[in-house]
Design a protein around this ligand. Structure first.
Ligand code: PEP
Ligand code: MG
Length: 571
């Protein structure tokens, strides 16, 4: 441990990007931007330089693919975008041109190509492109490292608080693996890529901390992610206070984990089921730790991101997922388009309203049937435990069509001697307002329904879920969402169709309590949200939940909903 120096305590302010507290040693990352000068090469060296570029590109793509395994779905979209930049044919064309026609080194060609794009984005003056500039700078510098063989990335000691101008997702994940406990960035915003990844990795983080790298040197510091401040040269008193606070937080976490072994029943004795949303194999470990038996949403798009689409690769992944739990798994068919992977599709004017989810699957029947074959084979081996969920349903015709195709694939499997689960259950995501309004009709063709509040919010409020400029309008707790959920819940009761909620609202304590009040007691969420949701749900009676939901339904704004919840909870 570093000695505590006798300097005065100093405070560096920033904005909270992820709460949590860390006490650790400062590690300042040198963010000097590199500059590459033009270097002439001979004609005979052209191929060597082009090969250097393509190997570096391949290696960087591999690094990014490996990151996908460690991140949740929100962060994986960031990495996916970075992969698409690296694969961009315009970048390849320009680098080759500089090498072949101007006979300049591959290092300079990469530098010039990326800098030209960055300049153009800077000239646009658009705030929206700010994050893309950082992506391009990060990717440029990593490619240059790979080409030159010089690894400029630094290693940190376990327990470090990193202070940097801005760091890339790759650097952040590497630091996390080396034992990073907190992060302070000078430039980034709360929704920058590094901040989002810090959130999914649970790293306390503050951003917008102006000139932080110039103000710090070495020694112990306290990072208070909740308040957005970094305390340098902390006094004995501050250290003691924060250590006490850290212990309290740890005790609370331990208490929450303990409540996982309690019965999942409300104070009235009504059972509820909390299951996990999963996308990557690396997320399965926590299910074992928390003793979670069911997966309420298994996103399968990750297989497409990684190019693992052969029947065997899919079958092995689905099999390992079902074998990791003792209960059921709801596998969702590939949901691509919109902000998700675009499969090299043509650019659409309105991708969120375009060729996404079931719309794409019904056109790409080979991709669909191949996925169904793998899933239905796994269902045959695990009767009653595999359910299939269809994304982006907006019309009844889509449900009828997908049922026909599933029946066709089941018959095909029987004809080649594969055992199937004849009663495999088929459900639809209710994530488009038309599906919620039409839920009663849809339910007649379905075994279950699952409300996706992430997209339901986006489409109901007409707010792009990934657009930073309007993120304050993206409100999953908005009264209009509660009304659509209630409408769907009534349809489910009327038709006797099991209903689940698998969007973020289910993993939010306010959301989970309101959903229970509407009689929805199957909730699926990020595994890490389960302890806090469970602790809240076991603490109230059915009547209390009901009263809360009634109030939510008469609220006019999200602010009112939050106030109602606070009053209800403190009552
Ligand atoms: C949803 O839309 O609420 C949902 C769970 O699906 P995704 O976030 O994958 O679109
Ligand atoms: Mg969705």
């Amino acid at each position: 441990m570093t000695e505590i120096k006798n300097e005065k305590e100093r405070l560096i302010k920033g904005i909270s990007a992820n709460s949590g507290i860390a006490i650790g040693e400062i590690f300042c990352v040198d963010n000097k931007k590199r500059k590459v000068l033009p270097k002439q090469i001979g004609k005979s060296e052209v191929d060597v330089h082009l090969n250097l570029f393509s190997s570096a590109r391949k290696e960087l793509l591999n690094e990014l693919s490996e990151l996908l395994d460690q991140l949740d779905s929100n962060s994986s979209a960031i990495i996916e975008t970075q992969k698409q930049i690296i694969l961009d044919s315009e970048i390849e064309r320009r680098v080759s041109e500089v090498v072949k026609e101007q006979l300049l080194s591959c290092e300079f060609a990469i530098y010039k190509t990326f800098c030209d794009f960055i300049e153009r984005l800077k000239e646009s003056g658009s705030e929206l492109f700010q994050q893309r500039i950082v992506d391009l700078e990060n990717l440029r510098d990593r490619l240059l490292e790979l080409v030159s063989g010089e690894n400029a990335s630094e290693n940190i000691k376990e327990g470090s608080i990193v202070i940097a101008g801005e760091i890339s997702p790759v650097e952040l994940v590497n630091f996390h693996e080396q034992g990073l406990v907190g992060l302070v960035m000078e430039k980034s915003g709360v929704t920058s890529h590094a901040s989002l990844i810090a959130q999914s990795l649970g790293i306390p983080c503050i951003v917008n901390s102006k000139n932080a790298t110039e103000k710090v040197n070495s020694g112990i510091a306290i990072l208070d992610g909740r308040e957005g401040r970094l305390i340098l040269n902390p006094s004995e008193k501050s250290l003691a206070e924060y250590k006490k606070l850290l212990r309290k937080i740890e005790e609370k976490e331990a208490r929450l984990i303990k409540s996982l072994s309690a019965q999942s029943t409300t104070r009235s004795g009504t059972k509820f089921n909390l299951s996990s949303n999963v996308e990557f194999e690396s997320e399965l470990e926590i299910l074992r730790e928390y003793k979670i038996n069911n997966i309420g949403l298994l996103r399968t798009e990750g297989l497409l991101f990684k190019g693992k689409t052969s029947n065997d690769e899919q079958f092995n992944f689905y099999k390992s997922v079902i074998e990791s739990v003792s209960g059921e798994v709801i596998f969702r068919l590939f949901d691509v388009g919109g902000d998700k992977l675009s499969l090299g599709m043509e650019k659409e004017a309105n991708p969120f309203l375009g060729w996404r989810g079931i719309r794409m699957l019904l056109d790409e029947t080979e991709l669909l049937k191949n996925q169904l074959r793998a899933l239905l084979k796994v269902a045959g081996l695990n009767p009653g435990r595999v359910k299939i969920l269809v994304p982006m349903i907006s019309m009844e015709e889509e449900v009828i069509k997908i049922n026909e195709i599933i029946n066709e694939v089941q018959s095909e499997l029987i004809s080649v001697g594969v055992s199937i689960d004849k009663k495999v259950q088929i459900g639809a995501m209710i994530e488009v307002p038309s599906a919620a309004i039409n839920a009663e009709n849809l339910a007649n063709h379905l075994d279950f329904m699952s409300i996706g509040t992430n997209d339901l919010t986006q489409y109901t409020l007409a707010v792009d879920r990934g657009n930073e400029k309007i993120c304050s309008l993206y409100q999953q707790q908005h009264p209009s969402i509660w009304k659509l959920i209630q409408f769907t819940s009534e349809a489910a009761k009327k038709t006797n169709t099991p209903l689940t909620v698998c969007g973020e609202l289910a993993g939010d304590v306010l959301g989970a309590c309101g959903l229970m009040g509407l009689g929805i007691n199957n909730l699926s969420m990020l595994s890490t949200s389960i302890p806090k949701v469970k602790e809240e749900l076991i603490s109230h009676s059915d009547e209390e939940f009901h009263q809360l939901a009634v109030k939510f339904l008469s609220a006019k704004t999200t602010i009112q909903i939050k106030e109602i919840f606070e009053d209800w909870r403190n009552y």
